[in-house]
Design a protein around this ligand. Sequence first.
Ligand SMILES: Nc1ncnc2c1ncn2[C@@H]1O[C@H](COP(=O)(O)OP(=O)(O)OP(=O)(O)O)[C@@H](O)[C@H]1O
Ligand SMILES: [Mg+2]
Ligand SMILES: [Zn+2]
Length: 679
Amino acid sequence: MTELIMEKPQERFQNLLKSDKYRQRISQMSLSGATSLVLDFEDLLIADSELAENLLSQPEEYLEHGNNAAFDQLQIQDPEYADKIRDIGVSVRLRGIPFSTPIRKLSSEHIGRLVMLEGIIIRATNVRPLVTNGVFRCKRCDEPMVVPQTGNFLTFPYRCSNPTCRGTRSFEFVQEESEFIDSQELRIQEYPEELPPGQTPRSLDIQLVGRDIVDVARPGDRVYVVGIVRAEARSYPRTGKLRAFGLHIEANLVDTAGEEPESLVLSAEEEEEIRRLAKDPWIHRKIVRSIAPSVYGYEHIKESVMYLLFGGVPKHLPDIRIRGELNILLIGDPGTAKSQLLRYVPRIAPRGLYTSGRGTTAAGLTAAVLPTSTGGMTLEAGALVLADRGIACIDEMDKMRPDDRVAIHEAMEQHTISIAKGGIVATLNARAAILGAANPALGRYDAYRTVAENISLPVTILSRFDLIFVLRDVPEKERDSYMSEHILELHMRGAPPAEPPISSALLRKYIAHARGIAPTLTPEALSRLKDFYLEMRSASEAEGSPIAITARQLESLVRVSEARARAALREKVLAEDAEHAIAIMKRSLEESGIDVSSHKIDIDIIMTGKPKSLQDKLKVILTVLREMETETGAVKRQDLLDRLGSEFDIRRGEAERLIGQLVREGMVYEPRTGYLKKT
Ligand SMILES: Nc1ncnc2c1ncn2[C@@H]1O[C@H](COP(=O)(O)OP(=O)(O)OP(=O)(O)O)[C@@H](O)[C@H]1O
Ligand SMILES: [Mg+2]
Ligand SMILES: [Zn+2]
């Protein structure tokens, strides 16, 4: 005969809490002054699956039973502390519900149920006291009254409780006698990288009530939220409530999700596949060919994007922190596939997002403090905060908001965003690599101008990019023919002409796996980088020479070398990594309008927009031009360039640029193509 035991829910909870694990948790509550007890859902599921099921379907009622059970158990184990927190009680908080509901799947069928959701916090209000029991005083007879409060608005007494008064009008809220509880509102959004292509992200408001649950997470944090789904109608003072309700979550628990990207979960086959790939001597080329295969050419840019995806190793020194992430800028003529490249990257980055320079929200690229509809202030995360530990692809970067222009400096070097405004003081993490794209200020890139002159970004921002590349749309027969073939075939077949050697899904996992490796420089790699740096620096020792490269470029070289080692899943940075880093750095410097072969790399061009000896050189050019004019009239451009090179050591690229500047300034003009004349 089986005995039917119909225990009350509260007792069933208490059975679980009597186990060693929870006895221990409960006995530790007084140490930390906790008023909540975390219950692992799994334990409940194993101990009493029916109770677990009821908790999910009727959370309000069952949480209450749980809370009471927890308080009773506390009273048994630690009567003194139980007495101390009697007014507040104990809140049971549930962790680890085994299935999470996608934010975009949340619907009316979930109303009233306990669910778990995952998302990234995009905004958080400051912590505000919320009235739970309002005390009011009748202005006619001074009678005090207590009104329990729910909802968004303060509920006043309907009528004075004094039988001889029964006044209905003037009541005064007595703040000192009312009861308050801490509250906060968060908004979470779907993970940017899990967004279906072309969709705008869905978000959801989360209400937090209770001292122990507020202020546990910041914008940019990835969190699990367990809570009750609530539907609320928006109220309007005159017209009443709308029939269409909005959903929000009354949180029971907010837990920060792991810092590691989710795609790191590997199957045995995938692990094998990744190990096999890493052994391939051509692994770097394979990865490059798997990046945006629909975009023709730009091998060096795709190579740089590979380095960006893997990233260097951040250094946490006792006194300073040096970023490991790379920042890359593409400056280019319209229609040179910049946007195409940028849009592709979030598909293979373990974490990444694409945004335009203006940002898609009021928070823009960094962060903003905004007023809320209920009179408080809310801190909203911008793109770089949402891309924390990932890659932010920022298109139209030259068009960012003035506020972002100021805040982005800190974000790009220190990887934090500090904000102090409207009573909110916070530092948010923005450990993101930036892949930026920008158009030249005058529509097209002018090769005769410096990078700084070509783009409307301050040099202080430009100098924070490790690599800068220029994409120019210059007609070139051979390339044009290949590219048109490529594009036409793409349109005809509806697929890139060559299959990527590594699929996006696998590459993403490969990258996530590789980012767990922290390669160290071998002595050989170190000496290559050092030699290159010293060689470039020595070029500037000669009197009057510009400063060649700075410590910033040296750090960039280390980052690129480390990234290349990571891409082959190597623990060691080899000489070949250093050499590739040097090659790509040279290419970037050259594209920025600097003549590398002469060793006159002038980082001042990037840093200040002006080479040190610019004025001298301009003078030389004008003098030579005048001299030659007296001999031949209009001067052949080529002759001038030759003479500047042989007699004054002004190299061709630089001379072209300076002549271009003189033409723009109206000092020199072109009477016919290939000829120059002083005005
Ligand atoms: N190298 C290329 N390979 C393949 N397609 C290309 C290439 N260059 C341009 N295109 C095509 O040209 C079109 C324009 O490219 P995209 O919009 O990326 O240019 P953009 O550089 O972002 O221009 P803008 O500066 O005007 O924003 C796209 O459809 C793209 O596929
Ligand atoms: Mg574009
Ligand atoms: Zn009264």
